[in-house]
Design a protein around this ligand. Structure first.
Ligand code: HEM
Length: 475
């Protein structure tokens, strides 16, 4: 029987799990070392072996996990049995940093649901309205970055930090109502970035407790971020004006004071964690997706040409884009979808846990079982996506150049079910505005005629594009 370390339910009553074992595990490490540099690819390889199949059991250090490794199985679990697979397991590092509060690390239940509902309402209110603060912040940010790129003239530059800055300031605007030129926000997103680069190490800390003594800089980063976040939340509290609510923190403080129904679950502790969640979930995902998309576009000059043509035709060279242009610019949308299919932000989802016993595909899985969902297996399955390694936006366009396959059952970059991404819509707005603004102004090329030979990106749990530099030419 698999037990969640911190669960206080009476699990002893459940029957043993019957999911078959995957590859033989090693003492102490279990299967961790066999997973290699690209664990999502290894899991796909194992699942194609007839002796394992799309659902199997692994041992990660002392933790037993069930792996789901095919589109139909993943959809069935996360969508059709949404509540059963909506838990989060106890993970030492996540608990120590996000404290099981807010949304990402919160256990599935009423408190979690109240916060998720609050976030969705807030994103609608502050992010998705016409000419929202998100839209204007995003366009301001790109204008600033475009100026920097223009100043480079023909000097090669890296784009990663610029994209992180845009994503981070957009989250600041949604969360606090503005971004902070006076404050060293660079520092904040560098630390978030640094921790994202160390996801593999963090995974080891979770599964191999003896490695935790090396964890210091990760905790230093988290503590530094928390200090900045707490300071900013504190400032909003001091200046709180119930008549003038322009951002998520204000809206939360209002809920707390207003004795509304859901406010029983709202607390200062949850607010701090929620803000942390927004920075963790909403910065690196957006900047990394932009980074990949730009990389793919530059690696395929015909695609860049098609993008330029669509922009010139739909909005011209001068007017800044707006969210409502998205419906008229199917090609860009197809490029973004294909980029997320090729390199989803989280190839292996944040770990899930079962919230109750279930018999799934004839296997018994007890409550509190640790579930690993390999999204990579769905979006790289050649049964649904012929030549899955090929970057081909045409997969998402029909003969009339209208979008298709947006809701394809094997297309789940934002996941599905009760734990699906809360920020999908605001992410899509940012991705569109930033891409269109940059390609409206520039043609990009790899610096010094570099041609990428390997499109797989840097190894690790999070997927980062190959390190490269660009040159930009004003159009
Ligand atoms: C391209 C950008 C993004 C992608 C691809 C993405 C994808 C995902 C994925 C795959 C999950 C995991 C869901 C699961 O466990 O099944 C997730 C969770 C989440 N995302 Fe996003 N995300 C993006 C941007 C954002 C943004 C901008 C925000 C908000 C500021 C956000 C907020 C969240 C939150 C709060 C969760 C946790 C949901 C929960 O535990 O219920 N995401 N995202």
């Amino acid at each position: 029987v698999i037990r969640n370390k911190k669960s206080n339910d009476n699990e002893n009553r459940t029957s043993p799990m019957t999911v078959p074992y995957g590859p033989r595990s090693w003492p102490i490490f279990g299967n961790i070392l066999q997973l290699g540099y690209r664990p999502y690819e290894t899991l796909c390889r194992w699942s194609k072996m007839s002796k394992y199949g799309p659902i199997f059991r692994l041992q990660l250090g002392s933790q037993t996990v069930v792996v789901l490794n095919s589109a139909p199985l993943i959809r069935e679990a996360l969508h059709d049995h949404s509540e059963t697979f909506a838990g989060r397991p106890y993970l030492h590092m996540i608990h120590e940093t996000l404290h099981g509060k807010g949304v990402i690390s919160a256990p599935y239940g009423r408190e979690f649901q109240a916060h998720k509902k609050f976030l969705i309402q807030s994103f609608n209110q502050f992010g998705r309205r016409r000419r929202s603060s998100l839209e204007s912040s995003c366009l301001d940010q790109v204008r600033f970055i475009a100026e920097k790129i223009r100043e480079k003239q023909s000097i090669p530059f890296s784009i990663g930090n610029m994209l992180s800055q845009i994503a981070c300031n957009n989250i600041c605007t949604l969360t606090f109502g503005g971004y902070f030129e006076t404050m060293n926000m660079n520092n904040l997103f560098e630390k978030i970035n640094e921790n994202f680069n160390q996801t593999a190490t963090i995974a080891c800390f979770n599964f191999l407790p003896f490695t935790r003594k090396f964890r210091k800089n990760i905790f230093d980063n988290v503590n530094d971020c928390n200090r900045v976040i707490q300071k900013l939340v504190g400032e909003r509290e001091t200046n709180f004006d119930h008549e003038f609510i322009t951002n998520i923190v204000d809206a939360y403080l209002d809920e707390m004071t207003e004795n509304r129904q859901q406010s029983t679950y709202f607390s200062k502790e949850n607010l701090d964690s929620l803000v942390q969640d927004l920075f963790v979930a909403g910065t690196d995902t957006v900047s990394n997706t932009l980074n990949w998309t730009i990389f793919y576009i530059v690696a395929h000059p015909t695609i860049q040409k098609n993008i330029h043509e669509e922009i010139d035709h739909a909005i011209g060279k001068d007017r800044p884009p707006c969210d409502s242009d998205r419906s008229r610019m199917s090609y860009i949308e197809a490029v973004l979808l294909e980029s997320m299919r090729c390199h989803c932000a989280g190839p292996i989802l944040l770990p899930r846990a079962t919230t109750q016993d279930i018999t799934f595909h004839d296997y018994f899985i007890p409550k509190n079982t640790f579930i690993l969902v390999n999204m990579w297996s769905a979006m790289k399955d050649e049964q649904y996506w012929p030549e899955p390694e090929k970057f081909d936006p045409e997969r998402f366009l029909d003969e009339n150049r209208q979008l298709r396959n947006v809701n394809h059952p094997a297309m789940m970059p934002f996941s599905v079910g009760k734990r699906a991404c809360t920020g999908e819509q605001i992410a899509k707005i940012q991705l569109f505005l930033v891409l269109v603004s940059l390609f409206q102004k520039f043609e990009f090329r790899f610096a010094n005629g570099w041609i990428p030979t390997d499109l797989r990106g840097q190894p690790g749990i999070t997927l980062r594009p190959p390190k490269c530099q660009y040159e930009a030419f004003v159009r």
